[in-house]
Each structure stands twice: as structure tokens, then as C-alpha cells.
Design a protein around this ligand. Structure first.
Ligand code: FAD
Length: 404
């Protein structure tokens, strides 16, 4: 019993609070929020939000009244330490909050570029609403952007910037875009589509320095000796999970805050969820740390269920999406560790899915503009079923028959 204190009011933190109330939890709930906004959705920050003119309220999960009605206390501030023996969290303001259960939903922060001039105002990152607002307001005064990193966020932003009329160069150290996350087939498709849109993608290169004059960015030098002019640099080189609060409290951390299959730390009164959590996954036979809305919200629901008496191991199936220009990528399952990829549909017709297999086991499906395949994949996984690679490749094979 006792209050539930949630550190971090992002996707995970918000959802724990909402799900606790939905499940009838009646004690105090505090959501500690270090951003100056009501809890909001992050995905549009690199997509529609920069393109459009909608205000911040368009991103909010719920209006302020929801938190009042639900008696979810939004507390502006930062948690700075945990007193585990005393069951209290200390905020930067000096205030302490007693907890019955403490939820760490601290998310992740951008990995910063360690280059000269990387802290100039024209070098931007994308994680929080303020980042997206800042980019949206300066883009009209810019002409050439160099995007460092061809991961999801870098490419989403690159596509958006191109639509907004900027010259766009993208730098990527790996030999293909989104290399850690998607199959070569999907990388190649997106490389081609971005190039068609007029984006220059430079693979196998690194930024070695950012040039500036009088505090204004003038360009980026590359590891192959080239120099690209630019008046804006946007960096998307990955994130670091926010594990320090847990580590300083003596909780085990590695590439995330270590939690078991119930999302509990070694301290039964403290759990961790979302981007910051390295969780034991019986289904995948390993520890995972995922960065997705699905992961954060399903973690939150699982934890809220445990805290209201319905204890089950976390066992949701991962899924993900990324919108880049006119293309929608959707991923069902975890497409890593495959040894065989079969395509359904046709990249030339801008609609196909890559079915990823290890042996005969279907690990996941990457779909481009094939929402039906994606939903099929999620339903198939939920039923713990599979189809053979031959069936996947055969457009004459009726997917629905596999769900019957
Ligand atoms: P977050 O949402 O990051 O929330 C953590 C919060 O905790 C933050 O507000 C942080 O400031 C706060 N915090 C940290 N430490 C403290 C502290 N000590 N005290 C108080 N507060 C603290 N996922 C998808 O599935 N699809 C997408 O298309 C997609 N697009 C994305 C686009 C962008 C630009 C970004 C940045 C992310 C995107 N993601 C996407 C990933 C997704 O948004 C994250 O996986 C998700 O937000 C994780 O939720 P979380 O609650 O774990 O962390």
C-alpha cells in the first residue's frame, strides 16, 4: 500500500498513472514531471509537428482537467535522489515525497556529439517538445541542414526538412541507413526513396568537425575529407538511458535499469519501465531494452496491473512504426537474429513486407505501406502462430487463413 510516486511523465509514466486509476487504485499518485508541459506524445516531434502549425496542446495525452478529475498529482520538478530505507524521493526543490511504490520512468536522453562547436545554437537535437518547437521556428530561416545519424529520428527529420524546402545531407557511419534496426532490403528501399526526394545520403562517413563563423554554423567536415556547407546541424546519434537516479540509490544497472520479468528492481518497492528499463524477457530468452511507445505503454499497463493485484510477467509482443516522407514503416516482432528474409509485395510498387525468419521460425515482419501485413503479423504473434517462408512469399496465399 501507500502512494505511488512516478519519476518521469513521458509515455510510460503517464500510462502507469492512468492505468492505476482505471484499475481502481485509490491511494495517492504523483507524477514527477521535469518538462514544462502536460504529458505529451513524442513521435510527432520528428514528423508532423515540425511540418504543421498545430500548437503543443495537439500533442497532449489529456487536458489538465483529466489529472484533476483522476487525482493524479502532476508535480513540476526533478527527482534527485532516492532514500530507499526511508521510502522517500527527494526533489531538486528540496521537497521529499514518501512512497509505497516508486516507479522509475525516466526514459532516455540524447547522446551528445563530442565535436568542436557541437554546442552552438544551430546544432540541434530531437527528444523533447522544446527541441521540436525550436527546430520548427528556425527552419524557415535556414537553407541547408546536415543531419548526423541515419536512424529513425534522423531520417524522419530529414524527410520533414526536405518537405519544408531545405537542402538536406545525411551522414551515417554504417554502410546502410537504420542498420541496427531493419533488414538490408528495407534500408535500401528508404535510401532510394530519400534520394528520390532530393536528400543526399552519405554512408560510411563520420562528421569530424563542425565549422562556424561568429557563432554561426557554416558547415560540417567529413572523415573522407569532404566538406558540406550547412547553416543547421541536426544530430540523431542515439540515446543514453537515464539510469543515474537508480545507480546512485544502489540499484543494479547495466545498459539500463535492471528489472526482472515483472519489471521490478532488486528492491521490491521500486520498478522501472520504458526506455530506461533493461528487462528480463522469458519470451526472448534475454534482457532487452527497447525504445518504443508500445514498450513504454505496455510496461506501464503490466506494472499498474501488478500494483493492483494482478501480477503477471511482462510478455507483450513488440511493435513499432516510423513515418518518413510518404512512406510508413511498421515493424511487428523483433527483427534481429534472422538468417532468412523473404519479401511479400514489391518494393518497386512502394508496398512490401520483409518477413524475417530464423530457420523456419518467424521473428518479425517489417512492412512498408502494407498496414494489412503489419496487423496480420501482430495478430499471428498474439496467437503464437507462424506461416512458412514459402507462404509469406506467395501473394496468392491468403494470410487470413493462418488466423482462422
Ligand atoms: P520518455 O517518454 O522519454 O519520458 C521520460 C520522462 O522522464 C521525460 O520527460 C524526462 O524528462 C523525465 N525525467 C527523466 N529523469 C527525470 C527525473 N530525475 N525527474 C523527473 N523527470 C525525469 N517510438 C515509436 O514507437 N514510434 C515512433 O514513431 C517514435 N518516434 C519518436 C520520435 C522522437 C523524436 C523521439 C524522441 C522518440 C520517438 N519514439 C518513437 C520513441 C518513444 O517516444 C519512446 O520510446 C517513449 O517516449 C519512451 O517512453 P518513456 O516513458 O520510457 O520515456
Amino acid at each position: 500500500g501507500g502512494p505511488v510516486i512516478i519519476v518521469g511523465a513521458g509515455h510510460g509514466g503517464y500510462q502507469v498513472a492512468a492505468s492505476l486509476r482505471q484499475a481502481g487504485f485509490s491511494e495517492r499518485i504523483c507524477l514527477i514531471n521535469d518538462e514544462a508541459h502536460l504529458p505529451y506524445q513524442r513521435p510527432p516531434l520528428s514528423k508532423g509537428y515540425i511540418k504543421g502549425a498545430a500548437g503543443p496542446e495537439s500533442l497532449m495525452f489529456r487536458p489538465e482537467k483529466f489529472y484533476q478529475d483522476q487525482k493524479i498529482e502532476l508535480i513540476a520538478g526533478r527527482a534527485v535522489s532516492i532514500d530507499r530505507a526511508g521510502h522517500k524521493v527527494l526533489l531538486a526543490s528540496g521537497e521529499t515525497l514518501p512512497y509505497g511504490h516508486l516507479v522509475l520512468a525516466t526514459g532516455a536522453r540524447n547522446r551528445l556529439l563530442d565535436l568542436p562547436n557541437a554546442n552552438l545554437p544551430d546544432v540541434k537535437y530531437l527528444r523533447i517538445l522544446d527541441d521540436s518547437e525550436a527546430l520548427r521556428s528556425i527552419i524557415p530561416s535556414k537553407t541547408r541542414v546536415v543531419v548526423i545519424g541515419a536512424g529513425f529520428i534522423g531520417l524522419e527529420f530529414a524527410a520533414t526538412a526536405r518537405i519544408k524546402g531545405l537542402e538536406v545531407d545525411v551522414l551515417e557511419l554504417a554502410p546502410r541507413v537504420m542498420a541496427r534496426a531493419v533488414t538490408a532490403e528495407v534500408s535500401e528501399y528508404f535510401q532510394e526513396r530519400h534520394r528520390e526526394a532530393g536528400i543526399r545520403i552519405h554512408l560510411g562517413v563520420q562528421a569530424t568537425s563542425i565549422e562556424a563563423e561568429g557563432g554561426k554554423v557554416t558547415g560540417v567536415s567529413l572523415s573522407d575529407g569532404r566538406h558540406l556547407p550547412a547553416d543547421l546541424v541536426v544530430v540523431g546519434v542515439g540515446v543514453l538511458p537515464n539510469i543515474e537516479l537508480a545507480a546512485e540509490a544502489g540499484l543494479p544497472v547495466a545498459a539500463g535499469i535492471i528489472v526482472d520479468e515483472y519489471l521490478s528492481t532488486t528492491d521490491p518497492n521500486i520498478s522501472a519501465i520504458g526506455d530506461c528499463a533493461l528487462f528480463a524477457s522469458p519470451r526472448f530468452g534475454s534482457s532487452l531494452r527497447l525504445e518504443s511507445v508500445q514498450n513504454a505503454t505496455d510496461h506501464a499497463r503490466c506494472l499498474a496491473a501488478r500494483l493492483t493485484g494482478d501480477k503477471k510477467p511482462y510478455d507483450s509482443h513488440p511493435w513499432f512504426w516510423s513515418d518518413q516522407g510518404d512512406d510508413k514503416l511498421q515493424i511487428a516482432g523483433l527483427t534481429t537474429g534472422y538468417d532468412r528474409v523473404v519479401l511479400r509485395g514489391d518494393p518497386a510498387r512502394k508496398a512490401f513486407s520483409a518477413f524475417c525468419y530464423h530457420g523456419d521460425r518467424l521473428l518479425g515482419i517489417e512492412s512498408i505501406n502494407r498496414a494489412g501485413d503489419h496487423m496480420f503479423g501482430r495478430r499471428l504473434q498474439a496467437m503464437d502462430r507462424s506461416i512458412t517462408p514459402e507462404q509469406a512469399a506467395d501473394e496468392g496465399f491468403d494470410l487470413k487463413s493462418a488466423l482462422a
